[in-house]
Design a protein around this ligand. Structure first.
Ligand code: ADP
Ligand code: 5GP
Length: 213
């Protein structure tokens, strides 16, 4: 009997998968880094976005800065001495850390990775040097720069917040000039002129990133 050779399947370059074999992809959360000069409105915008969007959490940083009267331990920051802060830094507890206007600030890495693994999006609200460290370490991080409509607006917001002395405000404004020059290194820029619009734009970024394949 003559052996019949089976002709090979035509190749289309597309692997066909029967529909019942398509598994939903389990996605880890996105790491969203929100930065910009002090007083630009990061905290205000992020707070409003957290109220609107589910499955989104903000990391609470560790700082050596003295607590402001309205701030709550574990909610706004974990307030620690410099000694405690550097013990954590030596243990490798921080995803990033930086000195800012005479105080240290750091993001606890364990909390961030735990939430991302659960599929929860995580927002870091941090200053520019820290954002640059995350940019190097986490290639998938989404970097968002919040800009003021003008330098004058930034100065008046810092003053109207009333949380810093005039000397500290001057220090933060001086730093802001250098920080503004780094904005081209980010994925998105949100100008915080009209607060509602800025909140809508940051919310849109969070949702758009969820649609990525
Ligand atoms: P950051 O967290 O960047 O330091 P804050 O969120 O504390 O800034 O905002 C600084 C001040 O500016 C606050 O008093 C806040 O109410 C005010 N602010 C925030 N966004 C706007 C805006 N779009 N227009 C006017 N004032 C604003
Ligand atoms: P503030 O003293 O006004 O709370 O914060 C000063 C600056 O430090 C702000 O720009 C704030 O976003 C930033 N910051 C807060 N937490 C962290 C952190 O964990 N790491 C870094 N790099 N910056 C932080």
């Amino acid at each position: 009997m003559m052996e019949t050779k089976k002709s090979p399947e035509p190749t289309t370059g597309v692997t066909s998968v029967s529909p019942d074999k398509i598994e939903p992809m389990t996605k880890t959360g996105s790491l969203l880094v929100v930065t910009g000069p002090s007083g630009v409105g990061k905290g205000t915008i992020v707070g409003a976005v957290l109220d609107e969007v589910d499955q989104l959490a903000k990391s609470v940083s560790v700082t050596t800065r003295p607590r402001r009267s309205i701030e709550v331990e574990g909610e706004h920051y974990f307030f620690r001495s410099e000694e405690e802060f550097f013990a954590m830094q030596k243990r490798g507890d921080f995803l990033e850390y930086a000195e800012f206007a005479g105080n240290y600030y750091g993001t606890p890495s364990h909390w961030v990775s735990e939430h991302l693994e659960k599929g929860i999006d995580v927002i870091l609200e941090i200053e520019v040097q820290g954002a640059m460290q995350v940019r190097e370490k986490c290639k998938d991080a989404i970097l968002i720069f919040i800009s003021p409509p003008s330098f004058e607006d930034l100065a008046s917001r810092l003053r109207s917040r009333g949380t810093e002395t005039e000397e500290k405000i001057a220090e933060r404004l001086k730093k802001a000039k250098g920080e503004m020059q780094q904005r081209h290194l980010f994925n998105y820029e949100v100008i915080n002129d009209n607060l509602k619009e800025a909140v809508r734009n940051l919310t849109a970024i969070v949702y758009a990133e969820r649609l990525r394949i």
